[in-house]
Write a protein that binds this ligand. Structure first.
Ligand code: APR
Length: 168
């Protein structure tokens, strides 16, 4: 059974088989973690992204990792929060599910996630953490390590509380 790790940090430094990028449906790069990943990875990743002609919200695609220490990058556009009655919860769940499936189907053993949709896209972090960790518990037998990289101490506290609640 894989280890679930919650840590504060910068996902671009993670030395794992795959890091997950909170992308947009155009796979065009952007700010937030998307911007940080493309800045650190270098232009080859954006060039590879362009070949997909976009990616639907909740779906996931894989590219190389350029200059990053990670083995590859899984790009998944999360849903923009619109109050919770436009299918956002199911779409965010799909981001995690499809990223896990993509990694599992390539026998990858370690994967790191940012808090998808909780920045620019405004998804409430408490609910997002529950969804992220809930999917991790379902896929943990397929991985050695599942890492949730929180960019702020506040997010780290929310994830830790959510995980304590789920484990009960
Ligand atoms: N490492 C880990 N997490 C990070 C990093 C980093 N280097 N930089 C930012 N984050 C965190 C944010 O603090 C937030 O908790 O990633 C989480 C997701 O926030 P965003 O990056 O804003 O992503 P999202 O809310 O999914 O919005 C996606 O923003 O950057 C654009 O192109 C992107 O259009 C897309 C939208």
């Amino acid at each position: 059974m894989g280890k679930i790790i919650i840590k504060k940090g910068d996902i671009t430094t993670e030395k794992v088989d795959a890091i997950v990028n909170a992308a947009n449906s155009r796979l065009a790069g952007g700010g937030g973690v998307d911007g940080a990943i493309h800045r650190a990875a270098g232009p080859s990743v954006l060039e590879e992204c362009a070949k997909f002609g976009g990616c639907r919200t909740g779906e996931a695609v894989m590219t190389g990792a350029g200059e990053l220490p990670a083995g590859c990058i899984i790009h998944t556009p999360g849903p923009r929060w619109r109050g919770g009655s436009s299918g956002e919860i199911g779409l965010l769940r799909n981001c995690y599910r499809n990223s896990f499936r993509l990694a599992r189907d390539r026998s990858l053993k370690s994967i790191a996630f940012p808090a998808i949709s909780t920045g620019v896209y405004g998804f409430p972090i408490e609910k997002a953490a529950e969804i992220a960790l809930g999917e991790g518990l379902k896929f943990r037998d397929d991985f050695d390590e599942i890492i949730y990289v929180c960019f702020s101490s506040g997010d780290h506290e929310v994830y830790t509380r959510a995980y304590d609640k789920l484990k009960r």
